[in-house]
Write a protein that binds this ligand. Structure first.
Ligand SMILES: [Zn+2]
Ligand SMILES: [Zn+2]
Length: 374
């Protein structure tokens, strides 16, 4: 009898259902992953709400971690992995041939028609298992996998994704160096990951801002290595940044707050002359009020956008995870069974009463909670 995989299928905005699909045969160039954990982030919330431009039905889940169940000979040689190895899988599956790919910007590859990657390919595209809200995931010949040690708890190992973003956004793009002061706007999982990355890069002083309701996240930021935290509702953040930096301002500002446009305008006031600002928090395509562009001119500020993560960021993240030096478990708040996917997304979105998520994941082998749906 053909083996089957349980999957969560999204059929429309805010509609998820549990199904079973046949597990495909793989060829010499592809593989099959048994999913241990799938991290969830703001993109899962947007996908659930129907904000992302995707074609339904599809299987969500773009942050897969798992065990190589089956692999073709050529894929095994190319990736350097064997059945039984644990790998972190990158979201995007680049074509390898387009201009973006050959120039090394594969996170912007559109060579396979639109954005091609896990959670974004419809079920109708064979073999269908393109999302990690599932027992099994198809490993496409162009998938990018990173081996990671098996003795680390899956809820921690799956943090390769937010941590990879932290390394790319807070270190690689702004070229953060030892001695720099790094100011991180927003204490969500990407902000906390930026703290870990900036610390690993040798930043001298790390400051994190948040709102009054973020008190717990700001406390976690301190545990992960932030030197100072600022509640922007209780304090004058411009004055505090001025004091904490001896009037100099922050060498690097990383903007990772969700939805709010104000921090983008404020970043121009916090940054040092000649400093760098990285914008990575999306704002629903709102414009930014009180954006004083003259500050960019007179302070010679560099502003860069950050979208996605690259293999270099993931490799740095995996090294930190494997080092065991950082108390990453302080970031992890929830893991959910496959049947609880909807609850997982609502908890992350802050729609579940009394529950506040920082880092959450779905673990297909977990037993569902009572009353789980779909
Ligand atoms: Zn994500
Ligand atoms: Zn490409």
């Amino acid at each position: 009898m053909k083996r089957r995989s349980r999957v969560i299928v999204q059929t429309a905005p805010r509609r998820l259902e549990l199904r079973e699909l046949p597990i495909p045969d793989i060829d010499a160039d592809s593989g099959l992953l048994r999913v241990e954990a799938c991290g969830i982030c703001g993109s899962d919330v947007e996908q659930y709400a129907g904000v992302l431009p995707v074609r339904f039905p599809l299987i969500p889940g773009h942050e897969p971690l798992g065990i190589v169940e089956d692999i073709g000979d050529r894929a095994a040689a190319r990736w350097g992995v064997q059945p039984g190895d644990r790998v972190a899988v990158e979201t995007l599956i680049p074509c390898g041939h387009c201009r973006a790919c050959i120039e090394g910007r594969y996170q912007t590859c559109r060579g396979r028609g639109g954005m091609f990657g896990y959670a974004y390919v419809p079920l109708s595209h064979p073999p269908g298992l393109w999302g990690a809200y599932a027992d099994y995931l198809y490993l496409d010949p162009h998938a990018i996998v990173h081996p990671i040690r098996k003795d680390i708890p899956p809820a921690i190992a799956v943090m390769f994704n937010p941590l990879g973003a932290g390394f790319r956004w807070a270190v690689e793009i702004p070229d953060t160096r030892p001695g720099d002061t790094v100011l991180i706007l927003g204490p969500g999982q990407r902000g906390l990951a930026s703290v870990v990355a900036a610390r690993a890069a040798g930043a001298e002083t790390i400051i994190v801002t948040g709102l009054s309701r973020d008190a717990r996240k700001l406390a976690v930021a301190r545990e992960l290595g932030a030197d100072h935290v600022i509640d922007v509702e209780a304090e004058d953040a411009r004055v505090r940044v001025h004091e904490l930096t001896g009037g100099h301002g922050a060498d690097v500002v990383v903007e990772v707050s969700a939805n709010a446009a104000e921090p983008v305008a404020e970043a121009l006031h916090y940054v040092a002359t000649g400093g760098r600002i990285v914008l990575a928090g999306v704002k629903g395509f709102k414009s930014v009020p009180d954006f004083v562009s003259d500050l960019i001119v007179v302070k010679e500020i560099t502003i860069k956008g950050a979208f996605g993560v690259t293999a270099r960021g993931y490799d740095a993240a995996i090294r930190v995870i494997e080092s065991g030096r950082v108390p990453l478990e302080r970031m992890h708040t929830h893991d959910f069974a496959l049947e609880d996917a909807e609850l997982a997304i609502k908890t992350l979105a802050g729609e579940a009463a009394g529950e506040a998520s920082i880092h959450s994941c779905i673990m297909p082998s977990r037993v569902p909670s009572a009353g789980a749906h779909p």
